[in-house]
Write a protein that binds this ligand. Structure first.
Ligand SMILES: O=C(O)CCC(=O)C(=O)O
Ligand SMILES: [Fe+2]
Length: 308
């Protein structure tokens, strides 16, 4: 990636006050790498990839995502095995967050696993704690986003669409005990460097629309379009890939959230967005191989630990 490489701020959790986190990172949607969080969780020696995967596979509440690339679960899963960082508890219990039932994600990856360029759905922000192993991250500002596949949050491979030369991005490694705060709409690519890599995430959505950015607008237009397709009952003609089911539980609140989230988007703006995305689809089809990149790029899992 070429462009404007900016450093990510790193700080020890003991030196991070609530006011600094809230104003300089949460509200300003600026990523931060929080060091020393590992000392606060009680997992030392308790977990390894095998036992955690077994627990996830046999949990009645864990939901495997993208064929087991990660698992969603509630905060009560394995709750006695570690302490939730106080900062996370404070953020998730604050009135400005929408927290869904399955607000935690577990990732267990072997060395070399690559999660392709994307931004997270549901307007999620993420606390990503590196419990074991190491990961190399590259993140891109929502103001200079990579091109996404139409109506999707996965980026088109660079071979088919080169990132703009002024892309604002940051490159760093998360080590054991590091917790990344990734604000909403930041695109990311993640590569597992350790022999085994265990990450816990806590995810939630800011109740009020976030800082203006290109991706915030795209997400609002996309949700407005999904809402229109449902209201006009045309979603059923748009095929299984049409993501209107996202409306049901968006940000853990579903329709009510979407209503508020899209209130400033006109129908004309949503339709213009649809046309732009569709014309992009045509361009991508013309680049023969892009379609291939599309199917392998979506939900691609890289290598996974066997769970059986
Ligand atoms: O750890 C990974 O491979 C991907 C992490 C990710 O995409 C996320 O935390 O949102
Ligand atoms: Fe992600």
């Amino acid at each position: 990636l070429k462009g404007n490489l900016t450093g990510i701020k790193a700080v020890n959790i003991l030196d991070l006050t609530w006011d600094t986190f809230y104003n300089a990172h949460f509200v300003s949607e600026t990523p931060i790498l929080i060091k020393g969080v590992g000392v606060d969780h009680g997992t030392e020696g308790k977990w390894n990839a095998k036992t955690l995967l077994e627990a996830l596979v046999s949990s009645p509440t864990a939901v495997p995502k993208a064929s087991g690339k990660w698992y969603d679960d509630s905060r009560s899963f394995l709750e006695n095995d570690y302490r939730e960082p106080a900062l996370v508890t404070q953020v998730l219990s604050s009135p400005f967050c929408c927290v869904r039932q399955t607000c935690r994600r577990f990732w267990v990856h072997p060395k070399g696993n690559i999660t392709k360029w994307h931004y997270d759905g549901n307007s999620l922000f993420v606390f990503n704690l590196q419990v074991q192993g190491k990961k190399a991250w590259t993140i891109v500002s929502p103001e200079t986003p990579l091109l996404c596949y139409p109506f999707d949050r996965v980026a088109v491979p660079f071979a088919y669409h080169r990132p703009r030369p002024d892309t604002i991005f940051s490159d760093f490694v998360t080590e054991e005990g590091d917790m990344l705060f990734l604000p909403p709409y930041w695109m990311h690519r993640v590569e597992a460097l350790g022999d085994t890599n265990i990450n816990i995430n806590w995810v939630a959505t800011n109740r009020n629309p976030s800082l203006a950015s290109k991706i915030l607008l795209r997400e609002q237009q996309l949700m407005k379009l999904l809402k229109l397709s449902k209201e006009l009952k045309i979603d059923r003609f748009l095929g299984d890939d049409w993501p209107s089911n996202e409306l049901l539980d968006y940000a853990g609140e579903g329709y009510d959230f979407v209503e508020r989230f899209t209130q400033d988007i006109s129908v004309a703006s949503a339709l213009r967005f649809a046309l732009t995305e569709i014309s992009r689809l045509r361009t991508l089809r013309m680049v023969g191989k892009a379609a291939e990149g599309y199917s392998s790029g979506r939900g691609e899992t890289g290598r996974l630990f066997p769970t059986a």
